[in-house]
Design a protein around this ligand. Structure first.
Ligand code: ADP
Length: 308
């Protein structure tokens, strides 16, 4: 049995508009590398040069390893080395990428041969460290890759391969992200939802699923419409309305908040003018005096073992 395993886990976008807590999409924009090694001393030790908590109960990878050590009664100390590629706190599934990497690496290190739902279940336990609650959209995408639909009770994650011509453009504003951002941005979502808005969101969500099943990027992009969560959250992102308007005017098919934000994601196809969409999004943030970075990316596969 190998003494250490390194896994590369991708960034992801959650919600895709109307699929709050249900939809996720793995993106090749950024990757985390998580290396798990057995060690003689008991307990979990986390090493990282990046600005993330190294206390195992505050780190998403630490919580996953802790849960898996307990569940499988593994009697070994573990060192977790985390190289962050996914910027933390920008709605790109950073905390989830580390959690997904840890779950897949632990499974390999101890030859557990867990199925997809079980891997996702353990990876989801990590999200408690950052969001305060367990939600599975980002971790499912990061573990399984492609487009995911999450059903809970019981946990059942459905994965669909995205169309090959789907391209995304993300604008990441250089904003100071509050601690527990996900928790804060969850608190602004209305408790009571107008019936008609709920129905329209379901229509859009259904159309997105059909778009992924029929490999129709245009249908996916044009259905990224959210009448519930986006209106409640957009005030938290200065410049959001300009960014969205500009991207649509530059040919994006749909635009929404990536996960809990503050990044904004535009859906397009290979044949769109992606550079123009990117620069228009940047200009939108500039209008609110916010500088931003843009990334053009594609859907990708899930967490992969890169070294043993
Ligand atoms: P994201 O969309 O990037 O996942 P969150 O706000 O949900 O954003 O998560 C980022 C928060 O999670 C930060 O407060 C960060 O300190 C915490 N965190 C804990 N462990 C990790 C980790 N391994 N990688 C990234 N963030 C982590």
């Amino acid at each position: 049995m190998a003494n250490s395993v390194t896994v590369r886990a991708p960034s992801s976008t959650a919600n895709l508009g109307p699929g709050f807590d249900v939809f996720g999409l793995a993106l090749d924009a950024f990757f985390d590398e998580v290396r798990l090694s057995k060690r003689k001393e008991k307990g979990i030790k986390i090493i990282s040069k990046d600005p993330i908590p190294v206390n195992p109960t505050k780190n998403t990878a630490g919580l996953v390893v802790k849960a898996m050590l307990n569940k499988f009664k593994v009697n070994s100390g573990i060192e977790i080395k985390i190289k962050k590629g996914v910027p933390a706190g920008f709605g790109m599934g950073s905390s989830a990428a580390s959690a997904a990497g840890a779950a897949v690496a632990f499974d390999e290190l101890f030859k557990l041969k867990l199925g997809p739902n079980e891997l996702v279940k353990f990876a989801g336990m990590g999200e408690k460290a950052s969001a305060g609650t367990i939600h599975y959209d980002n971790v499912s995408a990061s573990v399984l890759g492609g487009f995911v639909i999450v059903r809970t009770e019981p946990l059942d994650v459905i994965q669909i391969d995205p169309p090959k011509d789907l391209v995304l453009c993300i604008a990441i504003p250089k904003l100071k992200v509050p601690e527990k951002k996900t928790k804060v941005s969850r608190s602004v979502i209305p408790k009571k939802i107008e019936h008609a808005a709920k129905i329209r969101n379901q229509q859009h969500a259904a159309a997105i699923i059909v778009g992924f099943l029929t490999k129709d990027s245009r249908r996916i992009g044009e259905s990224v419409i959210d009448e519930i969560v986006e209106p409640a959250r957009k005030h938290m992102i200065p410049g959001f309305s300009h960014v969205k308007k500009n991207a649509l005017a530059s040919g994006a098919l749909g635009v929404t908040i990536s996960g809990a934000g503050p990044s904004v994601i535009a859906f397009a196809t290979k044949s769109s003018n992606l550079k123009r969409i990117a620069s228009s999004m940047k200009k939108g943030f500039s209008k609110a005096k916010i500088s931003s970075e843009t990334v053009i990316c594609r859907p990708t596969k899930g967490a992969r073992i890169i070294k043993k």
